[in-house]
Design a binder for this molecule. Structure first.
Ligand code: DC
Length: 228
């Protein structure tokens, strides 16, 4: 039995997983684990090592001992460090978004990442966010959530995050739609609502409203150690 719960949040790009998991982690005193950042780090490491994103076997070897660590950042933020270098910004480019989506289709990559994620979260007191955290990584999580929103709203959120100098809205929308298809139609661990997951449409909700709703809907056994 875990003393502290495991929560999972899955959903498509722009559904609000990052901001919501950050706020939920603060309010429920949990550690946040951004699994998407790990696939992004894999894509970046592959690019630097000259390994094509289509080469599943070599990517699997690369990921088997990918030197990544999460460090606390400013406020509730987390930094991701690859081979001693802070790559938190370098993994957020549109190119690395597509790269993460591409490398994540390969079974050897997924196996290596899932093993790492289980090791990082097994003691509990964590909220994981990603695409398969409730279906594959921790199907026995104490509470599973699936966040979703209208595609145009999700693209708008990503577009606003970029601010001035970022890609045009149409480009962001195209990328979001492309990743939706890629992430939900792939053969292994496609994005889908986990059995027993709580589905929340965030289209018209603020971050605080989403977190309120999650805490309100929390199954009783999942409340262990969560401040009221
Ligand atoms: O959440 P994100 O945008 O940082 O994720 C980047 C990509 O990584 C996403 O398009 C698909 C992949 N991913 C995955 O396959 N499984 C996860 N648990 C998290 C992300």
């Amino acid at each position: 039995m875990r003393e502290r719960p495991i929560f999972t949040i899955d959903g498509p790009s722009g559904a609000g997983k990052t901001t919501v998991s950050r706020r939920l982690a603060e309010r429920a005193s949990l550690t946040r684990l951004d699994t998407g950042a790990m696939y992004r780090a894999c894509a970046l490491a592959a690019r630097r090592a000259g390994i094509p994103w289509s080469d599943g076997a070599r990517l699997g070897m690369l990921c088997a001992d990918l030197p990544i660590v999460f460090r606390p950042g400013e406020g509730s933020g987390t930094r991701i460090v690859l081979s001693g270098e802070d790559v938190s910004e370098a993994i957020r480019t549109p190119e690395m978004s597509m790269g993460a989506s591409e490398v994540s289709v390969h079974v050897p990559v997924r196996e290596a990442m899932v093993a790492l994620q289980r090791k990082m979260g097994e003691r509990g007191g964590v909220v994981l966010e990603g695409r398969d955290t409730g279906t594959v990584v921790f199907p026995d999580a104490d509470a599973k959530f699936f966040l979703d929103a209208a595609a145009a709203v999700r693209a708008r959120r990503r577009f606003l995050e970029w601010g001035e100098g970022g890609p045009a809205f149409e480009e962001v929308l195209k990328e979001v739609l492309l990743r939706d298809i890629q992430d939900s139609t792939r053969e292994h661990s496609p994005l889908r609502v986990a059995d027993g997951a709580i589905y929340i449409d965030t289209t018209t909700l603020t971050v605080e409203q989403v977190v309120d709703e999650m805490l309100r809907l929390l199954p009783e056994p999942a409340r262990k150690g969560i401040p009221a």
